[in-house]
Unconditional design. Structure first.
Length: 82
């Protein structure tokens, strides 16, 4: 049976892997932009890598996250009132 520390370690590793993947995608996107590719028109979420729905990209030009990840970002920005 895994203990709390093993679970925390697994979660930490998952978050690190996601951050590394996000940094790689953003770096590749910047390189494509420098080489004349599609400038900052993302089709994949910057946070999770899932496809951003076409309707969202049309409604919010330049968006970089899917709806779920954007909601999570906004929730983290909200002040915690007790």
């Amino acid at each position: 049976m895994t203990d709390v520390f093993d679970q925390a370690s697994d979660i930490e590793q998952l978050l690190r892997d996601q951050a590394i993947a996000r940094q790689r995608r953003e770096s590749e996107e910047r390189e494509r932009s420098r080489q004349g590719g599609a400038a900052s028109l993302r089709s994949e979420c910057a946070d999770c890598g899932d496809p951003i729905p076409e309707r969202r990209r049309q409604a919010i030009p330049g968006c970089s996250c899917c709806t779920e990840c954007e909601q999570a970002r906004e929730a983290r920005r909200r002040p915690a009132y007790r």
